[in-house]
Design a protein around this ligand. Structure first.
Ligand SMILES: Nc1ncnc2c1ncn2[C@@H]1O[C@H](COP(=O)(O)OP(=O)(O)OP(=O)(O)O)[C@@H](O)[C@H]1O
Length: 255
């Protein structure tokens, strides 16, 4: 069997007496697009924080491409090939689109933002920055300060920064939150293109997005995964329907 891109084993996280993530075991294959869904407060962001190293597990482990990463600091996990976006935007408002993407590229190289770098490296960084902006439909806004971008473009920039470092495992936290229908459609296209050939783990409340994008869906309820299967099976799962009763409806019409 090939090594999974991500492997969570008996992962738990408590805050004081409250067990927020409870014995989660999940393998995500290389190249898979995997969605985590669940009602508000189910623990989705906490799970992301455990995977990306912001939280240390109370028990259990996380492995990235077969290497144990639980307890490793977030910036090192990033350099090992995992990059995440945040629900609250991570962009530098006063910097241009180009400078923001460039920061993402440099960060992964461990250089920080500096003008004092040799020309060879600068050329590589510039080429990568151009490629990412092109990929994310941001080339024509390269010189626009991020703060002046329309909201949907700011979210695209967030995705651009997340993929800029060339990580092969990408975690996106609610990338289409607050978008209109047409903006969401464009964002789904962008996410599909930008993560081609990579492993994607996405937390998202918009079921249309999830059912159109994901190869497999895990449903988190009160910190436990109650189902993990392709979209067609998830939609018909009575346990999932019960968990969503009174919450976001599972769409019949998508896919
Ligand atoms: N640092 C913390 N200390 C204490 N409790 C926390 C902490 N972080 C999260 N929680 C609690 O864990 C639970 C799960 O929160 P989390 O944000 O992971 O849920 P979620 O599924 O991402 O929710 P949403 O869909 O609303 O974003 C909540 O009850 C929250 O209050």
């Amino acid at each position: 069997m090939t090594t999974p891109a991500l492997s969570l084993k008996n992962l738990s996280k408590s805050f004081g007496p409250a067990k927020i993530i409870n014995d989660v075991t999940l393998d995500i294959a290389k190249g898979e697009r995997h969605a985590i869904i669940g009602p508000n407060g189910a623990g989705k962001s906490t799970l992301f924080n455990l995977i990306s190293g912001l939280y240390v597990p109370t028990s259990g482990t996380v492995s990235l491409n077969g290497t144990l990463i639980s307890g490793v600091p977030p910036h090192e996990i990033n350099r090992m090939g995992l990059s995440r976006s945040f629900q609250v935007s991570n962009i530098f408002a006063n910097m241009t689109v180009r400078e923001n993407v460039r920061c993402g590229v440099l960060h992964s190289l461990g250089q920080g933002y500096s003008f004092w770098k040799n020309i060879g490296t600068q050329k590589d960084v510039n080429a990568k920055t151009f490629e990412v902006m092109e990929h994310c439909g941001l080339l024509d806004k390269a010189n626009t300060p991020a703060a002046l971008l329309p909201y949907a473009d700011q979210r695209s920039l967030e995705i651009a920064i997340t993929i800029a470092g060339g990580a092969d495992v990408i975690l996106l936290d609610e990338p289409t939150a607050g978008m209109s229908h047409s903006e969401t459609d464009r964002a789904v296209d962008l996410i599909a293109r930008a993560t081609e050939g990579k492993t994607l783990v996405i937390v998202e409340h918009d079921m249309g997005v999830i059912f159109n994008l994901a190869d497999r869906i895990s449903v988190l309820v009160y910190g436990e995964i109650i189902a993990s299967a392709p979209p067609s099976e998830i939609r018909g799962d009575p346990k999932v329907r019960e968990a969503y009763l009174g919450d976001e409806a599972l769409p019949e019409e998508v896919v």
